[in-house]
Design a binder for this molecule. Structure first.
Ligand SMILES: [Zn+2]
Ligand SMILES: [Zn+2]
Length: 330
């Protein structure tokens, strides 16, 4: 039986109201333009903590990272406030192993809203807890950075989710504390909504070129909004690929892969795993059943350019829509 957790519902409603008011402060010009840019960058950076950190590094071990990068990713992941790395990765491993069953924390068979955010507003299904205990988490527990973050999660959230992002615009940009708090809620809800789309929309709408027997799909909208995590049919087929997509960041929109490649370039990331094209093609022939062309995967250089432009327009929508509305209305 569904048990609603009312405190979570109230917090979520309050956060969304603050988000709308924060956005309106950008539209009416009360919040400074630079504050909008600052919080947009906080949203992007904290998302990298989730995508390149909790997801690709810790949940899937898709590459390895030296301690300075792990420390940076842990700080950014704390900034995103989506549970500690340990809990996030446990939920995510359960999601992959038991996709679309009662043990899947955001089982998409229970509808769009449940998979999107409803799962955070009610008690976990007993199967989630039961199967969650069976998942091997020893690799995460052996990482002192993960243990430290789990142990001091609440004070770390206070510092990285609240104090740092809220106080910097007050001190350096002369922003009011009210606007700073509202825009912090805005950047938080924005990155939450974008992450949730991977669990809802990318499990329902899109192409299945790699495995037509599973429900995760390739969804361009989700890819743009989630900074490269919408190649979800591929990701559930090859979860250990560090790019979470068949191609790298130069061939399709995938800023999270560019982030990892940058740190590989300076030597902080290494052992980036990816299957050979032969393995991918064989799998596509066996379980996919659609051609690349049918799934719009066959990209010309023009469509790659369009992909980048569309991606940039999608992720920066809060900034340009606020400015556009300000221009029209004020
Ligand atoms: Zn998934
Ligand atoms: Zn995954």
């Amino acid at each position: 039986k569904l048990q609603i957790v009312w405190p979570n519902v109230i917090i979520m409603i309050a956060l969304h109201i603050a988000t709308i008011v924060g956005y309106w402060q950008m539209v009416n010009g009360s919040a400074k333009r630079l504050s909008g840019v600052f919080f947009f960058l906080v949203a992007i950076m904290s998302s990298f903590g989730i995508l390149a950190g909790a997801h690709r590094l810790w949940s899937h071990r898709a590459y390895r990272a030296k301690w300075p990068l792990r420390a940076l990713l842990a700080a950014l992941q704390t900034m995103a406030l989506q549970n500690s790395i340990y809990e996030w990765s446990r939920d995510h491993r359960v999601h992959h192993r038991y996709s679309e069953t009662d043990a899947d924390p955001h089982n998409a068979k229970r509808g769009f809203f449940f998979a999107h955010m409803g799962w955070l507003l009610c008690r976990k299904h007993p199967d989630v807890q039961q199967k969650g205990k069976l998942v091997d988490m020893s690799d995460l527990w052996s990482d002192p950075i993960v243990r430290f973050q789990k142990q001091y999660y609440i004070p770390l959230v206070a510092i990285f989710w609240f104090v740092i992002p809220v106080s910097l615009p007050i001190y350096y940009l002369g922003e009011t504390w009210q606007n700073s708090i509202l825009l912090n809620c805005f950047r938080y809800v924005l990155s939450l909504q974008n992450t949730w789309l991977v669990n809802s929309l990318a499990h329902m709408k899109g192409y299945q070129p790699y495995d037509r027997h599973i429900s995760p799909r390739e969804n361009h909208t989700v890819t743009y909004l989630s900074l490269g995590e919408g190649y979800h049919n591929y990701h559930h087929t090859f979860p250990w690929d560090y790019s979470a997509s068949e191609l790298g960041w130069k061939d399709n929109f995938n800023p999270a892969t560019a982030f990892i490649d940058f740190f590989a370039w300076i030597g902080w990331a290494y052992d980036r795993k990816t299957p050979s094209p032969t393995v991918v093609n064989m799998r596509m022939a066996r379980t996919g059943g659609y051609s690349r062309l049918q799934c719009r995967l066959s990209l010309s250089s023009l469509s790659i350019l369009l992909d980048f432009i569309l991606g940039l327009l999608w992720i920066t929508w809060p900034l340009w829509t606020a400015n556009l509305l300000n221009y029209i209305l004020y």
